[in-house]
Design a binder for this molecule. Structure first.
Ligand code: AMP
Length: 446
């Protein structure tokens, strides 16, 4: 049966309204006929300062570590994820938004498979390897919205494709994520790392896991997982299953020599970098494409991962290419923004403008736009209230902008090509010729 028919069609989605907004939003939504779709939210001007900060730091980090930007469409063929992420994963089985049932098109639930599709489609295999790419964009998962979990959310991702399955790249991806979070002024970060082995040793581990869980009274989801993806038994958060994890076989007892050496090197690189990490045997991640290293980054004490990733040496092959080692990670932007807002609200303050232009009379208003252009050319940041004619209300607005200088441009000044510079701190003022305005403002702002 077609999943588009089985699952809520797009129209029904549109009718649903927002249930969960990012944490700590003080504003109450108004009651209007239309609201944003359930699990999707507007990014308001008050939040954009934080988003801009992340974007800026993503640019810095990518540039520094040599990742080039790639943008792939938000809509992909479902098969990219069915094959790439795995048909039995939660993401593919339960969470994809099918947008056109006959074509099997979906809104992308993640971007790694899309990046690999693009890497193959555009012959990037012929470029010097590895190819290091990064992305920033919206992803879509039909999950039950709750704190930190949305249906439309944004991810930043770093991917290193090609070359050898060299553990130094695993460490570099972890490093890029860690440094990005640090640059967003988040501290108390915890990196959890694990290995989930390769094609050689994972089947051995899987068999041991199946043997261990055979007669255990596990939850309904795990009874399904034991058939489709037994490693995910270790990932289960149900109380009923939690107690079995403690004595479950660990992957490190089953990994082959190559995987052992690889994992040892990854943690040695982290040691060398003096980046703290926690070995976490239960970290298997929900996506099928991972092999060897898996990792997640949390703020200490939180269960919501800020970033997650790992090695995916078989994905290029699964999507039709030659065996090509690769490693990557994605960070959740909404979760990062929410933490930044909690931990460093002062970061949300807009940068200060230099001057406020107050116009009085029609001639001054007429000339105001040209005057603002002159200030722009001179590198002076100006705010105005061009739609307000009363001087009092304009000055009130200037006060809100917290500027120190007001430029008062009245009828007389507009005739004489002069302007008044008023220091709002001490109410002193001076009339200056327009051609000297930029220099005079700069002198006072020093
Ligand atoms: P994943 O692609 O599942 O490995 O997720 C990578 C990161 O994206 C996670 O660590 C989260 O920070 C973020 N993320 C994943 N799913 C969601 C979601 N539904 N809502 C918000 N952020 C998410």
């Amino acid at each position: 049966m077609n999943k588009a028919i089985k699952k809520a069609p797009a129209k029904k989605e549109e009718a649903e309204t927002t249930a969960a907004k990012p944490a700590k939003r003080a504003r109450k939504p108004g009651k209007f006929t239309f609201q944003s779709v359930k699990g999707m939210h507007d990014i308001l001007p008050v939040d954009q300062v934080f988003w801009d900060k992340i974007r800026k730091e993503v640019l810095n980090i990518s540039d520094y570590y040599g990742f080039e930007r790639i943008d792939t469409p938000a809509i992909e063929n479902a098969a990219v994820f069915e094959k790439g992420v795995g048909a039995a994963t939660d993401i593919v089985e339960k969470e994809m938004f099918y947008i056109k049932s006959d074509d099997k098109l979906v809104l992308r639930p993640e971007c790694t498979a899309s990046v690999v599709r693009a890497y193959l489609e555009h012959g990037m295999t012929h470029l010097p390897q590895p190819v290091k790419l990064y992305y920033f964009g919206p992803m879509y998962r039909h999950e039950q919205p709750q704190e930190g979990r949305f249906r439309e959310f944004h991810q930043v991702g770093f991917e290193i494709l090609g070359s050898e399955s060299d553990p130094i790249y695993d460490a570099q991806v972890i490093l890029a994520c860690y440094r990005l979070l640090e640059a967003c002024k988040l501290s108390k970060l915890e990196i959890h790392v694990n290995t989930i082995g390769c094609r050689v040793c994972r089947p051995v581990f899987r068999r041991r896991l199946l043997e261990y869980y055979k007669n255990k009274p596990i939850c309904k989801d795990c009874r399904r997982r034991i058939v489709t993806n037994p490693l995910r038994l270790l990932d289960c958060k149900e109380e009923k299953c939690e107690k079995f994890k403690k004595d479950a076989p660990t992957i490190l007892d089953s990994t082959c020599n190559n995987c052992n050496t690889h994992f040892k090197s990854v943690v040695e690189y982290l040691d060398e970098l003096k980046i703290p990490y926690i070995l976490d045997n239960n970290l298997v991640r929900g996506l099928d494409y991972y092999s060897r290293t898996t990792f997640e980054i949390f703020e200490t004490g939180s269960k919501l991962a800020l970033a997650g990733g790992g090695r995916y040496d078989y994905l290029v092959e699964i999507l039709g290419g030659k065996v090509t080692p690769a490693v990557g990670a994605a960070l959740g932007v909404e979760r990062i923004v929410s933490l930044m807002q909690e931990r460093n609200p002062e970061m949300g303050r807009k940068s200060k403008v230099d001057v406020f232009l107050v116009h009085i009379g029609s001639l001054a208003k007429k000339k105001s736009l040209v005057l603002i252009e002159e200030l722009r050319k001179g590198g002076i940041r100006v705010r105005e209230a061009l739609g307000k004619d009363s001087m009092k209300s304009q000055l009130r607005q200037a006060d809100k902008e917290n500027v120190t200088l007001a430029l008062i441009y009245g009828q007389k000044e507009a005739f004489e090509d002069t302007i008044i510079i008023r220091d709002l701190a001490n109410s002193s003022q001076e009339t200056v010729p327009l051609e000297k305005l930029v220099a005079e403002v700069k002198r006072r702002l020093k």
